[in-house]
Design a protein around this ligand. Sequence first.
Ligand code: UD1
Length: 373
Amino acid sequence: MVLGARPQFIKTSIVCSLLHDKPEMELNLIHTGQHYDNELSRLFFEELEIPEPLENLGVGSGTHAEQTGRMMIGLERTMLKLKPDIVLVPGDTNSTLAGAIAASKLKIPVCHIESGCRSRNMAMPEEVNRILTDHCSMMLFAPSALAQSNLRAEGIEEDRIHLVGDTMFDVFKVCLEKATRSNAITDLGIGSSSYVVVTVHRASNVDDRNSLSRIVDALVRLKTETGLSVVFPAHPRTLKNLDKFHLRTHLERGNVSVINPIGYLDMLKLMQYAQLIITDSGGIQKEAFWLHVPCLTLRYETEWPETVENGANWLVGNSSESIFETASRLLSDTSIRERIAKVSNPYGDGNASLRVVSILETASSEGKLRLRS
Ligand code: UD1
């Protein structure tokens, strides 16, 4: 299994522990080192009890080609040494793509977890990663019926596609219970007051001064005009750019609480009691939906369109006006949580990880894990 970025640690934690407990399977985790800060990596291994990686390639940051290239070189070396029967790659990050390409060129079957999601925006690095990974994978584990139909529409053979549900939902279900123990809300001093949670990290939002500045303006206005607390656990990339563009003081003067990234359990607890979530993350759009908290997404499209169609997620891009206007409208709608709670979950029943492992076991025992010639 190739992992490297925060969302991958979360979405595979149950698959990893199930595989780890199977005496007939040997799980080797290879961490690419894409995420290297403790708050984006180590914290999640500890909290979610993910087995220690066999190796950390330590590739760190860089341009897309530098980062992906360094990963491919390291992964090829490791795969030649380990000679795995299967390489599992989750999600849509550069680590996913590097693992899929390195393995498929060595003729090792690739299994993609979270396959078939499409945002239809090829300017997003993750969309490129998703499509390329899917097309060089032998087993594609789709999280929803829509993802399954996307794969069919791209001509992928039926016997390669497995609709299993979303492994992230499995982890969400298990961790929500554990998150009741989190003191995140009291530790942040929010007490019983109403608040909004914000996360922003996409290059399209945070690498451009004007985009980030529009988002910051909307958050400060939201805090000033509604009186709600605004809590903003910021990704290191975002923190760096807030400083680079001299925007952090504007947020702080506007009393927006910019904090360092937090762990999964603290984040779940914080989101669960929020009035509204504002994000550009993929995973958080679904978590908000599962928690019945309205979500405002700072993008123009999403690879999770079911959340929008079901009236739980609003795509507002990064215009200051539309962020503020939509947030205000949603905050004054008192029946919204109730409406979201009535929607059935298109992302499975919480047993996706079990299905992934059982499909792998069956394929392995039937000798089906071989690449087509
Ligand atoms: C990556 C994924 C994105 C995922 C996100 C979750 C790709 C293309 N993107 O984006 O899909 O939603 O992870 O967080 O793979 N940095 C640090 N410390 C770290 C890691 C990164 O400071 O531990 C900073 C560096 O300045 C780096 C920048 O963040 O240049 C971007 O990091 P990178 O891993 O390339 O992409 P993410 O934005 O984290």
